[in-house]
Design a protein around this ligand. Structure first.
Ligand SMILES: [Zn+2]
Length: 178
């Protein structure tokens, strides 16, 4: 993290120092930056104890399972981001969503590690909407998989991309199905 900048993004001199945590300061021009946690939102689309996963089409964790979701845009609520991302990744229009839990995560993209706080919601998947599943961005989602969840141990064994997703599906399972 301390190698995020070699030169000051404001004055261009090599006078930026890493102050620890998420803070950088430039002694030449006073540039002062906090690299704060980013927020993301994901949805557990379920029917009974079956959950819809997306197979990731790009790195990080290409080919592994995740939930429909993504980064929250400026000015958006977590619920709005969750509904928008779900539509973009699956073609399914959902509403309303129910809050499940949030978990911290770190997301590496092109050698930069982003610390995130991932918010998770659930929404019932109407079986008639399964036939209409198709991603708007085919590069982002490789495929879909509906997984029947019979136990918390079964979630632990799934090839799930992120720990936060594993924890969220477990929290949902224990709260609503178990
Ligand atoms: Zn500077």
């Amino acid at each position: 993290m301390n190698h995020l900048f070699s030169y000051c993004p404001s004055c261009g001199k090599n006078t930026v120092s890493f102050c620890g945590g998420k803070h950088w300061v430039c002694s030449n021009c006073g540039f002062d930056m906090f690299f704060n946690v980013a927020s993301s939102a994901g949805v557990i689309l379920y029917s009974g104890n079956s959950v819809l996963f997306v197979k990731r089409g790009r790195e990080p964790a290409k080919g592994m399972l995740a939930l429909p979701g993504g980064f929250i845009d400026a000015g958006e609520t977590a619920e709005e981001a969750c509904i928008r991302e779900c539509f973009e990744e699956t073609g399914i229009q959902i509403s309303p969503v129910t809050y499940v839990a949030s978990f911290p995560n770190s997301y590496e993209f092109k050698n930069i590690i982003y610390s995130t706080c991932d918010f998770f919601f659930s929404s019932e998947l109407r079986l008639d909407s399964i036939s209409s599943i198709s991603p708007l961005d085919a590069e982002e989602v490789e495929d879909f998989e509906i997984v029947k969840i019979d136990s918390a141990e079964c979630i632990a064994k799934l090839p799930i991309a992120f720990d936060s997703v594993k924890k969220a599906v477990t929290a949902w399972y224990l709260k609503t199905v178990h």
